[in-house]
Write a protein that binds this ligand. Structure first.
Ligand code: PHE
Length: 474
């Protein structure tokens, strides 16, 4: 059987570790905690969870089912349901990972540089704490050879993992990497919440505040929805691809729930690691989200911690590197599976090593451009800048706008309409019901309502919200 030839996850646990690894990433660390705090604290969490159940769960279940039913790459799997319309959705789901990789690898590379910097401090080679986080980061942005070189290191590490295959490469790495990530996170949380003044960070994140919800409910909904959607790594081929290697014995419903709950728990924990420390040590006007949170504010926190600063710096940035790498390998595997399945269908016997190598080289080429641009620090030309259409002020923002801003929410919107109204929700029910996990009538009715009405509505709102925030940066 084809399944035999493609290989499978060694265990359901391995699949879960890999998929949770793909979901847990920079978004959990640098946007969830701040968005939660800025949009109402605890009530925001409730809204986030409701959206995760109604929308996140629906899309994730569809993607897992489409992947496992198709047993092939995103394109093959969508096309198995319908050649033309599925083909369109499949291609859309290939564009996003390709674009996201251009900057996700570069962000991972800055984290690698911070691990190195803190390590140098620990060994007494370099006195990092005498330099502010802002200065360190601006040096990283403008040192193009270093930025490109460290991006190469990140991609090369991913190459080494992915070439081993689904079971002996990706699964093996995640089974060690994810528990390690969790342990590092717990250590950093303990340090962070015991700093004097840490309580203000916890208050910022958790204290209920109904003002934002009263004043701009739609804004809060869009923020929670956009965050949930990006955080679960939906609509970028990952869940379809990983699902295509899953055995028919496993429960798709239970797996979807475990992934969603785990990702949310890690996001809350990441908030407990970063915000208390930022509030305790980084001073009044510390930036609490985005690249500056990680690369400026938190480095200032480690600088101010004294002798143990570099140790926590190393632990924290290693945690972020791991989170970024487990997501990056998932993105690359979407493209690798696509190429391998195409070659196989053409009657060739593809060499995995060669395919992974070539895909990684192409990604390196686009990532080198984003690295050289240094978030716009180095004066590179950026598309559409002079047209008056502001699609991002640097290459990273431009790539992010097309993928996260448009292609992903649009893909999910079209996919739910497609399943709900065109090809019909039975495809999903039949796949979910494999292996003796019959979908109950109640769950099926709930799913139909979500896929036909709630998800498209929410995705349309998220798409609108994304375009609006991207086009009018604050
Ligand atoms: N889900 C990841 C996060 O929360 C983001 C991501 C998006 C990862 C796309 C891979 C691909 O950071």
């Amino acid at each position: 059987m084809e399944q035999q030839h493609r290989g499978q996850w060694g265990s359901n646990l391995g699949f879960l570790m890999a998929t949770i690894g793909a979901a847990v990433g920079l978004g959990n660390i640098w946007s969830f905690p701040f968005r939660m705090g800025a949009n109402g604290g605890f009530p925001f969490l409730i809204i986030y969870l409701v959206l995760a159940v109604l929308v996140g769960f629906t899309i994730m279940l569809c993607e897992l089912a489409i992947g496992r039913h198709g047993g092939g790459s995103v394109l093959v799997s969508y096309q198995k349901i319908n050649r033309i319309s599925g083909g369109f959705l499949g291609i859309l789901a290939l564009v996003s990972p390709f674009l996201i990789l251009s900057f996700y690898t570069v962000l991972g590379a800055y984290c690698v540089q911070y691990v190195g910097l803190n390590f140098a401090e620990l060994l007494g080679i370099f006195n990092v704490s005498s330099v502010s986080g802002a200065e360190s980061f601006s040096t990283m942005l403008t040192n193009q050879p270093l930025a490109i070189g460290s991006t190469f290191v990140v991609i090369a590490a991913c190459f080494l993992i992915i070439r081993g295959g689904i079971k002996d490469g990706i699964e093996k790495f995640n089974k060690v990497g994810m528990p390690a990530l969790f342990v590092m996170l717990v250590i950093v949380i303990i340090r962070s919440v015991t700093l004097p003044g840490a309580i203000d960070g916890l208050k910022f994140m958790f204290a209920p505040n109904f003002e934002p919800i009263k004043n701009d409910f739609i804004g809060v909904l869009a923020a929670a929805g956009g965050q949930m959607f990006f955080s679960l790594s939906l609509a970028m081929g990952i869940t379809v691809t990983y699902g295509s290697y899953l055995s028919k014995k496993e429960s798709l419903v239970r797996n979807s729930m475990v992934i969603i709950v785990s990702d949310t728990i890690v996001a809350i924990m990441a908030g407990m690691a970063v915000l208390p420390a930022a509030f305790a040590l980084a001073g009044e006007d510390a930036k609490l989200s985005g690249p500056s949170l990680l690369f400026v504010t938190l480095q200032d926190v480690f600088n101010a911690m004294g002798a143990f600063g570099p140790i926590f710096g190393i632990l924290f940035f290693l945690f972020v590197v791991l989170a970024a790498i487990t997501s990056t390998i998932a993105l690359i595997e979407v493209l690798v599976t696509f190429v391998i399945d195409r070659r196989t269908a053409a009657g060739k016997a593809p060499n995995r090593n060669a395919v992974v190598g070539i895909v990684c080289l192409i990604i390196f080429a686009e990532a080198a451009l984003v690295a050289a641009d240094g978030l716009g620090s180095n004066g590179l030309w950026v598309p559409f800048q002079s047209s008056g259409l502001d699609l991002g002020t640097c290459w990273l923002e431009f790539m992010d706008f097309i993928s996260e801003g448009v292609a992903m929410p649009l893909g999910a919107l079209l996919m739910s309409l497609w399943i709900g109204w065109i090809v019909g929700p039975e495809v999903i029910r039949d796949e979910v019901s494999q292996g003796g996990h019959k979908m109950s009538d109640g769950l099926y009715s709930f799913f139909i309502i979500c896929v036909r009405f709630i998800t498209p509505l929410a995705m349309a709102m998220i798409l609108f919200g994304q375009i609006k925030t991207f086009l009018s940066p604050v």
